[in-house]
Design a protein. Structure first.
Length: 460
C-alpha cells in the first residue's frame, strides 16, 4: 500500500469524527506497511484539549507496541499537525509524517512554523505534505459549511428576517483580515420592529471606560479594527454597532426605510439596552452626524468624545462643496464600487481589506442604505435631523463638560480641515486637533496611534 491508500484510511477516521461532532481530522500509524493504530479528534467528547487525532493515534500505537518510542513508524494525518502534535511526534521518534491539507492558522510543519526543520533537536522526522490535499481540505470545508449553516438557522430562528429586508449571508464575513470578533445581535428594540442589528461588544462590562465606535457610509464596524485592539489592551470595553443597512445588520430593501430619526433612535435604544456607562463616543462621517446628537439626551452616560472628519448638519448653513460632490456622485452612480472607493482613498490597504468593506453588499439589492445616506444629510432647516442637530450644537457649545479629542484627516475631500475647524469652535473645551497629514476621510484607517493617544488622553 502507498501513501494515498493510508491517507484514505485517515480520511475514514476523520469522517467518523465529523459524525460525532468533532472537527474532521483523522490519523493512522503505520509500521512495516501495516496500520497498527488509528485516531480521530476527540477533544469535545473527552473535554480534552490534547485529544487531537495524532495524539490519539500515537497513544494507541504506543500501547500496541508496548513502547513510547515509535521508531520505524510513519504517521498519516489529514491536516497539517499543530505545534503540540508535532512535538509529540518528535518525542515519539516517528520516522516520517505525511499530511494532507495545509493549516495556515496553526500548522507547525511549514505553514506557521516548521518544528521538523529544527536541526537542534535530537531527532529528525521527515515530512511529506499535500497527499490527497484536495480531498482532505474538502472534508474540512464541508464540515464547517454545515456547522455555519446550522448556526445561521439558529440565528434566523432567534431573529427572523422581515419580508421587506435582506440579510447578508454569514459566509461573506468569514476570515476577514484583522476582524476576529464574534457577532452580537439584537432585534427587539422598539424602533427596530424586528430588524436584526449587529454589534461588537468586547472587553469587560465593568471596564473603566466604554468606547462606543460609530461608523459612517459606506463603512461598517470593520472601520475600527485598528483601534479596537488598542482599547481592549488598555482594559477598556468596546461596543461597535453596524447601522441598519450596513455590515452584518439587516438591510431594508427600500431607501425610504432610512431616515435620520430612525437611525438616531436605534442608537439611543441600543445604549439603554446595553446599559453603557462612562462612554467615550468615537465618531466619523455619519457616525458623527448621528452620534453627536446623542449625549444631550443622556449626559450622565458620556465621559468623552473622539471625533474624526464629520459634522453637525444643522440645516441653517450650506453644505460643503466636497459633501455636495459626494452627494452628486452617489446620485449619479448609486451602486458605486465600495472596494474601489476604499482603495482609492486609502492606498495602504490590501486588496483583501478593501474587499472586506464590500462584504456586506453581495448584490445591488443590499445597497439601499448606501444609496440613501448621502441624500439624508440635513440641508435645510426643516429637514429630518436638522432641528435635533441644532439642539445638539447648543449642547456642545454650552453644556458639554467632558473631554474632547479631535483628529483631522487632511487629505479628506469631503469633510476636511475647514469643516472640522467649525466643529472645533462649536465643542466646548475641545483640545487642539491632531492633524494627520496622510489620512483621508476614513481616519480610523490610520487609527492605531490615534487610539493610543486617546487612551492617554481620556485616562488622565
Amino acid at each position: 500500500m502507498g501513501d494515498a491508500e493510508f491517507m484514505q484510511m485517515a480520511l475514514a477516521q476523520a469522517d467518523g469524527g465529523a459524525k460525532a461532532g468533532e472537527v474532521p481530522v483523522g490519523a493512522v500509524v503505520v509500521k512495516n506497511g501495516l496500520v497498527i493504530a488509528t485516531g480521530r479528534n476527540a477533544s469535545i467528547d473527552g473535554n480534552d484539549p490534547t485529544a487531537h487525532a495524532e495524539i490519539m493515534a500515537l497513544r494507541e500505537a504506543a500501547r500496541v507496541l508496548g513502547n513510547y518510542r515509535l521508531d520505524g513508524c510513519d504517521l498519516y494525518v489529514t491536516l497539517e499537525p499543530c505545534a503540540m502534535c508535532s512535538g509529540a511526534m518528535l518525542h515519539a521518534r516517528i520516522g516520517r509524517v505525511v499530511y494532507g491539507a495545509s493549516d495556515p492558522k496553526t500548522g507547525a510543519a511549514g505553514s506557521v512554523m516548521n518544528l521538523f526543520a529544527n536541526t537542534q533537536l535530537n531527532h529528525q522526522t521527515r515530512v511529506l505534505g499535500g497527499v490527497m490535499a484536495t480531498e482532505c481540505a474538502a472534508q474540512l470545508r464541508a464540515f464547517f459549511q454545515e456547522k455555519r449553516s446550522n448556526i445561521d438557522r439558529q440565528r434566523r430562528a432567534l431573529h427572523p428576517l422581515r419580508d421587506d429586508a435582506l440579510r447578508t449571508p454569514d459566509i461573506r464575513f468569514l476570515d476577514l483580515p484583522d476582524y476576529p470578533w464574534q457577532p452580537n445581535y439584537v432585534s427587539d428594540l422598539p424602533t427596530l420592529a424586528g430588524l436584526r442589528m449587529h454589534y461588537l461588544a468586547e472587553g469587560p462590562t465593568d471596564a473603566g471606560l466604554t468606547y462606543l465606535c460609530l461608523h459612517g457610509s459606506p463603512a461598517w464596524s470593520y472601520l475600527y479594527r485598528r483601534m479596537i485592539p488598542v482599547f481592549l489592551e488598555a482594559g477598556h470595553r468596546v461596543v461597535a454597532p453596524d447601522l441598519i443597512g450596513f455590515g452584518r445588520s439587516d438591510k431594508p430593501k427600500k431607501e425610504s426605510a432610512h431616515t435620520f430619526s430612525f437611525h438616531r433612535q436605534t442608537l439611543l435604544e441600543l445604549i439603554e439596552r446595553l446599559e453603557l456607562r462612562r462612554v467615550v463616543l468615537v465618531v466619523q462621517d455619519w457616525g458623527g452626524l448621528l452620534g453627536l446628537t446623542l449625549p444631550m439626551e443622556m449626559t450622565e452616560r458620556f465621559h468623552g468624545l473622539l471625533v474624526m472628519n464629520t459634522l453637525l448638519a444643522t440645516g441653517d448653513a450650506p453644505l460643503s462643496p466636497g459633501l455636495l460632490a459626494w452627494r452628486e456622485m452617489c446620485a449619479r452612480n448609486p451602486v458605486f464600487d465600495v472596494a474601489r472607493l476604499f482603495a482609492r482613498g486609502n492606498p495602504h490597504l490590501s486588496t483583501a481589506q478593501c474587499a472586506a468593506y464590500a462584504a456586506p453588499f453581495p448584490e445591488n439589492g443590499h445597497r439601499a442604505a448606501t444609496r440613501a445616506f448621502a441624500a439624508m444629510v440635513p440641508d435645510h432647516p426643516d429637514a429630518d435631523g436638522a432641528a435635533i442637530s441644532r439642539q445638539a450644537r447648543n449642547f456642545w457649545e454650552t453644556r458639554w463638560s467632558g473631554k474632547t479629542l479631535m483628529a483631522v484627516g487632511l487629505q479628506d475631500p469631503v469633510m476636511g480641515a475647514q469643516q472640522m475647524g467649525q466643529l472645533e469652535r462649536t465643542i466646548r473645551g475641545c483640545a487642539p486637533p491632531v492633524m494627520l497629514s496622510e489620512s483621508g476621510h476614513f481616519v480610523p484607517e490610520w487609527g492605531e496611534s490615534l487610539a493610543r493617544m486617546a487612551i492617554h488622553f481620556f485616562d488622565t
